[in-house]
Write a protein that binds this ligand. Sequence first.
Ligand code: MSP
Length: 649
Amino acid sequence: MESRKNYYITTPIYYPSDNLHIGHAYTTVAGDCLARFKRMSGYDVHYLTGTDEHGQKIERTARSQGMEPLDFINPIVDSIQALWKKLLITNDDFIRTTEARHEKVVQALFQKVYEQGDIYMAEYQGWYCTPCETLFTERQLAEGKCPDCGREVEVVKEESYFFNMAKYADRLLDHIEGHPDFIQPESRRNEVVSFIKMGLEDLCVSRTSFSWGVPVPFNDKHVVYVWFDALINYLSAIGLGVDDKAFNERWPADVHIMAKDILRFHAIIWPIMLMALDLPLPKKVYAHGWIMLEGGKMSKSKGNVVDPVILVDKYGVDAVRYYLAKELTFGQDGIYSEEMMAGRINSDLANDLGNLISRTVAMIIRYFKGRIPEPAEAAPLDEELKELAAKVYQEATDKLERLDLSGYLIAVMRLVSRANKYIDETEPWLLAKDEARIGRLAEVMYNLAECIRMVLILTAPVMPTLASRANQQLNLFKDANSLTWAEAGRWGLTVAGSPVQKGEVLFPRIDLKSLEEKPVEENQQEKSAQEVIKAEPVAPVEPEYITIDDFAKMELRVAEVVACEKMEKADKLLILKVRLGEEERTVVSGIAQHYAPEELIGKKVVLVANLKPTKLRGVMSQGMILAASDADHVEVLFVDQIPSGNRVK
Ligand code: MSP
């Protein structure tokens, strides 16, 4: 049997000096998308993450709190591991640099490089930036401060071991030139090349001013420099020197993922260490941009960090992962704000993707008694849809392969939008009225199910629970947890006859206003709005006439119901998505006990379009649907022939 190809992906190992924020989550989610994509493509993936636990900063922070470093770190490492569970990260291993399996390898490799003469001892005077754990020469400082983070540096004068980097500089330049894929994206490669060409200084690889590190094996006054120690995790975790077979299967890594802040360590120091160790270089080092806040870079020391745990609790893991992956344009920085995140979730997931699925489910239930029909009458328009699906598959594959996550998701969402447009173009509600068009209606429903099946596969790397949640409604997959990537590239795999049923709202719409409002106000608003729904008309003693001008103040318009669903945990409420010409609105209506959502989809109703928007159970309702009622019945006013958006007067 042919063995599966290996694929080894790493994230940086994070400092456990504090809980992690969405910046760290971004890198780990990016790696996870790639890991899931590669597994779905048949690779035997090894996805590694972990924690970088030595160094002066950790030691100082722990001691300032009267703690031993390990006692200080352990609960933070637990919280990091819990965060990865919460974000459904599928790492195959988690390495801690304080583990014996790692420390042993660091010592052995330090010894080897020393014995071959690439590490030597010398007197050192330099400036140390503790937060960055980096030593600088005077020349490298920026106006006397750390050139990377701009903070104060401390003078250090000590005997140290040095690693002869300059010796390997030309070989590294040749490697970079000969392997255009080695440093990605390309703009970053140019930065690295110019840096090397400026001349590499030898690197100080040991410290004596603190003890929280791996002891230099032949001189225990020294501990190994934390970066020399940390980078080796990529080798120690896969069994270098312990399990040669496992190691040789995994190494060289296919990709090291990180942000641009630590690219030089991975694209210069690390390859040179590997050259000195006579080991192959990783195939790719990929540096993405930073997630910034409106006020600048997020950092623990600035205290402006965003906690991913809170976001997942609020918006769900699929939505948070989707937002992260979509937001950073390939290789560039991006700005985070909760409003932008909620807006993105609403537009891409609730409106476009969620709606596509719920509309299709409702129509298959309504028109085909809840069974996906056999395709029966193709039309030229279908070819356009199929061609786009094939193109999107190819593009999504290429972009993911290059780790262009936003490009990948933009491609997938193109198919979602096209499928929604296909509904508008084919007008299934009109086909349903004509018995002679049943074959065409069946074809349209089948094609929609096919598009959804593909989209669910294509989005599985980024939204790991979506396919199985949607599958409870559409039964497209035997096992939604083991999807195959290639099946998104083949049209026609949906099995006709599969039962379809209504289910949970896959992406509840987020009320953007609620982000600023206090929950108490929300309840009050909800109560008063419900009272309006229930209010009995009170007959005035004398009729109070209104003028035609009074009536004209009321903007009544024809609105087409394009989607409709029951509000969770609210017996009486339906959430409708209606179109007034080009405009789309959400309306909450208290008619759930009188109408099933499928009865309304495709129908045109009369909407009080200029009614002040109000929130019902957390959903903003932008208008009111007209209905007549008596004690037991409610009858919605329907309009048949008039286009949506037209005025009712
Ligand atoms: N311990 C070192 C890495 C050693 S790897 C051998 C380290 N740790 S860190 O905790 O500071 O993590 C830095 C990494 O976290 C970045 O390279 C990036 O992957 C991620 N990010 C931290 N903040 C980030 C943003 N604001 N935006 C994007 N990624 C961010 O450096």
